[in-house]
Design a protein around this ligand. Structure first.
Ligand SMILES: CC(C)(COP(=O)(O)OP(=O)(O)OC[C@H]1O[C@@H](n2cnc3c(N)ncnc32)[C@H](O)[C@@H]1OP(=O)(O)O)[C@@H](O)C(=O)NCCC(=O)NCCS
Length: 155
């Protein structure tokens, strides 16, 4: 794993929020409040260069069925297509294996990116109802065309 990829710290939260909310303002992902990032900081991996957050990605455990979600994945516009997004998701998948999670899913407008990492499309209806709690707060709900992608981790 590249040295630049580390677990997020509380002091990273504001820069993470700016990055996430930049894409949220373009309707590419769900916006996050600072409080939400603080409370879930242990979920996140970040990619840092010279103390600046270039990318972030969260692994959020869903609560049953050994399932977790990849959340709030974002890489700064000028640093895309350099493998940073892939490295961030791989850090989450490594952590997921350590935690003995079995299935990891993402809701995304970039299914091609996740496909390259071994995820497969599944109908959203196959995911537990709990995930809709967040969707209900989204302005696009229920007419959102995000794709659900899932990967089963082998031991
Ligand atoms: C999606 C995103 C995180 C990808 O990050 P990135 O650092 O540019 O991606 P990588 O360089 O690690 O790409 C890994 C591979 O996926 C491909 N890829 C990247 N984005 C892709 C996309 N949107 N669709 C299909 N393939 C994509 C790359 O070409 C690369 O392929 P290769 O291994 O054959 O060279 C980034 O584009 C982003 O922040 N987008 C805006 C926010 C967003 O949409 N987040 C996802 C929410 S789930």
């Amino acid at each position: 794993m590249p040295n630049n990829i580390i677990k997020a710290r509380i002091s990273d939260a504001k820069q993470m929020q700016s990055l996430i909310n930049f894409y949220a303002s373009k309707d590419l992902m769900i916006s996050r409040s600072l409080n939400e990032i603080y409370e879930n900081i242990r979920d996140y991996w970040v990619y840092k260069e010279n103390n600046k957050i270039i990318g972030c990605c969260g692994l959020h455990i869903i609560g049953w069925d050994n399932l977790a979600e990849i959340k709030s994945l974002a890489v700064a516009k000028t640093k895309q297509k350099k493998g940073i997004g892939k490295n961030l998701v791989e850090a989450c998948l490594r952590e997921a294996r350590t935690l003995k999670l079995k299935k990891i899913f993402a809701l995304t407008y970039s299914p091609g990116f996740f496909k390259k990492l071994g995820f497969k499309r599944i109908p959203k209806s196959k995911l537990p109802h709990k995930i809709w709690a967040e969707c209900c707060n989204c302005p696009k709900f229920p007419n959102c065309n995000e794709e659900a992608m899932i990967v089963t981790l082998n031991r």
